[in-house]
Write a protein that binds this ligand. Sequence first.
Ligand code: UD1
Length: 430
Amino acid sequence: MDQYIMKGGNPLVGEVTVSGAKNAALGILAAAIMTDEDVRIDNLPDVSDINVMLNAIEEIGARVERIHRNAVRINAGTVNAVCVETENIRRMRASYYLIGALLGKHKSATVPMPGGCQIGSRPIDQHLKGFRALGADCRITNGNVIADAASLSGSHIYLDIVSVGATINIMMAAALAKGKTVLENAAKEPHIVDVANFLNSMGANIKGAGTDVIRITGVERLHGTTYAIIPDQIEAGTFMFAAAITRGDIMVRNLIPKHMEAISAKLLEMGCEILEFDDAIRVVGSQRLRPTNIKTLPYPGYPTDMQPQAGAALAVARGTSVVIESIFENRFRYADELARMGANIKIEGNTAVITGVERLTGAEIRACDLRAGAALVLAGLSAEGITTISDIAYIQRGYEHFEEKLRALGAEIALVNSEREIQKFMLCAG
Ligand code: UD1
C-alpha cells in the first residue's frame, strides 16, 4: 500500500510550477464529448481523477488519444452509449458532469450517483432542478441518475444554493438547448469561467460566467477546438501554505494572482510576506505564524478546498484561531490526525478553535480526503521527526507529482510501499 514518509523541519525554498486545474479539467473533459469533431486539451493535470474521467469517456465510445502526459485529443463522434458504467466513476464526484454533457448532446444520460471525498452529504438536487427546468425527466433508480428529454428548451433557473457543480452542469446542458437560459445565483469560481470559455471556443453562446447571472443562448451544434486549461488555484494555494508552515520561501509560478486573493489575504494576516508578479506569487514565511480567523465561502470568498491547509498552518501559529466551515459539514476530519501530532484543535459543529502549539511532532496518520491529505503532508513537513501518511490515493486524485514537486523545494519526502523502502528512507534521513 502506497504511503508518504517524510522527515519534517526543512524550510521549503525554491520555485514550483502549478499544473492545470483538476476541477476545471473534469468539466472540460465531459464537455468535450458534446461535439463530433476533434477537441485537443492542453495543460491537463496528470492525476488519477482525470484518468478515471478519460476512461469513462472512452468506455462510452469516444476516441481518446493521449498526445503526451498533459495533452489529450478526444473525438466523441463515435460515442455509442449514453449509459456510463465504469466502476471507478462511482467513486468520483465529477461524474455528474457526464449527465449535463450527455443530456445536452444526446438528450439522454444514465450515470451512477456521484461519489467523491466524504466531506459532507453532497446532494445533487440543484443539478436536477436545472435539468428539469430545461424539460428533462430526471429520476434516481438503482444507484443511477437517469435523465431524458424529447428536447431541451431554455428556461429561467434560480439556484437555491450556490453550487459549482450545478452551475457547470446546467450550463453544459443549456448550451445545446433551444432558446435562452438565464441561470441566477450561479457560482463564480474560476473553473466555471474556464468551462464557459471552453464551451464558447466550441461555438456555444455563454455570457456572464464569473458573475452570479449566466445567460446561455442555445446553439444547434458545437464544433472542435484546441484549449489550454487554467492553472490550479488550489494546488497553487497549497504550495503557498507550504511556504508559510515550513517558514520557507517559495515562488509559485504559473498561477493567476486574481484567483489567489482570498488566500494571499489570509497569509498576509498570518504574517507572511507576499510578492505578486504577473503569473507568480512568492510567499516568504520566515517567522512564526500569527493566528487568524477564517470562514469558507463560495468564490471570491476563502475556498473550502483550502480550509484544511490553513487549519494545519494555524495549528502551529502563536495564539488561537477560529475556522468556520460553511460549505461542507464533514471537513474537519483532519483535526483528529493533527491531534496525533500534538495539535490543539477543538471542533464544535462547523467551527474549529485552533490553539497553536510551538511545533508538531511526527506521527503515523492517514489522509481522510484529498485536501485534508495535502494539509497533513504540509503538517508532516513542518513537524519534528518522521511522519507517515497512509491512504494517499486521495492525494493522488488531485496533486500532480506532489512528492517530486515538494522534494525539489527541499522536502525530505518519499512515496514508499514496503517496509524495506521505509527502512531505506529512515537510513537516508539519518
Ligand atoms: C466542487 C468541487 C469541490 C469544492 C466545491 C466547493 C469539483 C469536482 N468539486 O464540488 O472540490 O470543494 O465545489 O468549491 O469541482 N449542494 C446542494 N445541492 C446541490 C449541489 C450542492 O445542496 O445540488 C450543496 C453542497 O452540499 C454544498 C454546497 O452546495 O454544501 C456547495 O457544493 P458545490 O459547489 O456543488 O460543490 P461540488 O460541485 O460538489
